[in-house]
Design a protein around this ligand. Structure first.
Ligand code: A2P
Length: 258
């Protein structure tokens, strides 16, 4: 069996000039865990052109969802952004990744810290009932330059809160903390600065971040990851991985290379 399946695009939503999301059919045999990524792409000149993308759909949903940046001259994203319903899309059958609930030790609160398209794996995680069974509080943090770039995350959180089963969990346990760096908004500043100053936990009414109770997943640009990692390690957080669960796990945001 080939490692790449062909699926069909169902729906495309352009959120800003730089960001779009789309859904596609899902082979019933395709299984993944919340937070994983897989290779997706298009056939170009008779060859598959593939990039790693986080699965932004829930494991229980019958369609796949992806969240992408548009890189003007990017070999893949310049083509992906032109997708329409009915177009074919290639989806790798071997999802993988470290942003898994199983890679974290038990704790009280789960912080999901993202910038830009780094939100995508957390969309899947906030739609997973197990997330709410393992943690008392789930805090989705999304940092963007501009308010308009928060729109996909806002829409997903609204859907989860309205969902017939997830809504009860989310209503009681999910906190959403969007923040913007380059224009006015109710929460302003980089995630790193909002953590260092204690502003974020103060706004949320939560205690200071503490490795004894808090678990963290990080997904964003390499620089954001490096800076948040420095903060966490200075607060005695240790990184987890497959078969070695610990206080935090990390993945770089995909789809940044075009
Ligand atoms: P800033 O506007 O100060 O650069 P990008 O679109 O470049 O990926 O950035 C997404 C968001 O991540 C922006 O709000 C950006 O803030 C922020 N950001 C960039 N670098 C870092 C970093 N090292 N730590 C935390 N946030 C960062």
């Amino acid at each position: 069996m080939s490692n790449i399946a062909q699926e069909t695009v169902l729906d495309v939503h352009h959120w800003t000039d730089r960001l779009f999301s789309f859904t596609a059919t899902r082979d019933t045999a395709f299984r993944f865990k919340s937070g994983q990524f897989t290779m997706i792409g298009l056939e170009v000149a008779g060859k598959p052109l593939l990039r790693a993308y986080s699965l932004a759909s829930a494991t229980h949903e019958d369609r796949l969802e992806f969240f992408s940046i548009k890189v003007p001259d990017g070999p893949l994203t310049s083509r992906l952004q032109a997708l329409k319903a009915g177009d074919p899309i290639l989806v790798g059958r071997r999802p993988t990744g470290t942003l898994l609930l199983d890679n974290l030790k038990p704790g009280k609160r789960l912080y999901l810290l993202s910038t830009g398209t780094g939100l995508a794996p957390f969309v899947s995680i906030i739609k997973d009932p197990e997330t709410y069974e393992r943690f008392e509080r789930v805090i989705l943090v999304h940092g963007c330059r501009e308010v308009a770039e928060l729109a996909y995350g806002e829409a997903v959180v609204a859907d989860v809160r309205d969902h017939e089963f997830l809504g009860d969990y989310a209503g009681a346990q999910l906190l959403h903390y969007p923040t913007v760096t380059r224009e006015p908004f109710r929460n302003r500043g980089r995630i790193t600065d909002l953590m260092a100053s204690g502003q974020m936990v103060a706004d949320l009414g939560l205690p200071a971040i503490d490795a004894a109770h808090d678990r963290v997943m990080l997904c964003g640009s390499p620089q954001m990851i490096a800076d948040v990692r420095t903060f966490l390690e200075a607060h005695a957080f240790e990184e987890g991985a497959g078969h070695r669960p610990n206080h935090f796990v990390v993945e770089k945001a995909f789809a940044e290379r075009g």
